[in-house]
Design a protein around this ligand. Structure first.
Ligand SMILES: Nc1nc2c(ncn2[C@@H]2O[C@H](COP(=O)(O)OP(=O)(O)OP(=O)(O)O)[C@@H](O)[C@H]2O)c(=O)[nH]1
Ligand SMILES: [Mg+2]
Length: 206
């Protein structure tokens, strides 16, 4: 995928603080520190457009990025969601997280899919399954991704993705956000979810 431009558009800790949706949106969700922001940078071929951190809980707000792609020429917004399941966070903070994400997921009319990201070495845990169930419940498409593939030896990678896929019973994209493995295929799934066809030259507004 060729990226013509990728820019940070807005950050908000309440959904109404985000600009009104104009283009199709794809959100990125997963446990704290799983590699959401790194995966977004990998997809955008940027080193540090989306802030990443070694410390869990780095992304606390909703962060919106606008992407212009070439071949197909399209505009699409990416939303980095704060990570869940960070044990050292207070109960009040976790509740606020749930409310923020839930409100975002149910109120953004341009949202076409949520990329649900897990660590390939851990698979889908309770929180991840709850999110997927919630997305099913509100009829929002989930795209399943197992990342940090490069942390496993080459000869174990394929088997690990197969094991995660079997456990969840749905196709899972095996990727590495840092090494950029598997991202072309993931991009194609994202474009399809955003209803942007391979031959579609037009910019797709909502
Ligand atoms: N080796 C390897 N490291 C990764 C990969 N993805 C993320 N990391 C590392 O994992 C740590 C967390 O990555 P982030 O992308 O900040 O994770 P996040 O899910 O956005 O974290 P929060 O915003 O805190 O929820 C960083 O140290 C990254 O360098 C990957 O594919 N491979
Ligand atoms: Mg992050």
């Amino acid at each position: 995928m060729k990226i013509r431009d990728a820019t940070f558009l807005a950050s908000a800790d309440i959904v109404t603080g985000l600009p009104a949706p104009v283009f199709a949106e794809i959100a990125f969700a997963g446990r704290s520190n799983v590699g959401k922001s790194s995966l977004m940078n990998g997809l955008l071929v940027r080193k540090n457009l989306v802030r990443t951190s070694g410390k869990p809980g780095c992304t606390r707000a909703l962060n919106l990025f606008r992407i212009e792609t070439l071949e197909p020429e399209a505009t699409i917004d990416f939303v980095d969601l704060p990570g869940y399941g960070y044990a050292r966070r207070s109960k009040t903070e976790r509740k606020a997280w749930g409310e923020l994400i839930e409100k975002f997921l149910v109120t953004r009319p341009g949202l076409r899919a949520v990329v649900c990201i897990v660590d390939v070495r851990r698979g889908f845990e309770r929180d991840d399954r709850e999110l997927i169930e919630f997305l099913n419940h509100i009829n929002l498409r989930s795209i399943l991704v197992a990342t940090k593939l490069d942390k496993l030896p080459k000869n174990e990678q394929k088997l690990a993705v197969q094991a995660v896929t079997k456990a969840i019973g749905r196709p899972v994209h095996g990727v590495s956000g840092v090494k950029r493995d598997g991202l072309d295929k993931l991009w194609r799934t994202l474009l399809r979810a955003a209803s942007i066809g391979e031959t579609d030259g037009a910019k797709q507004k909502l």
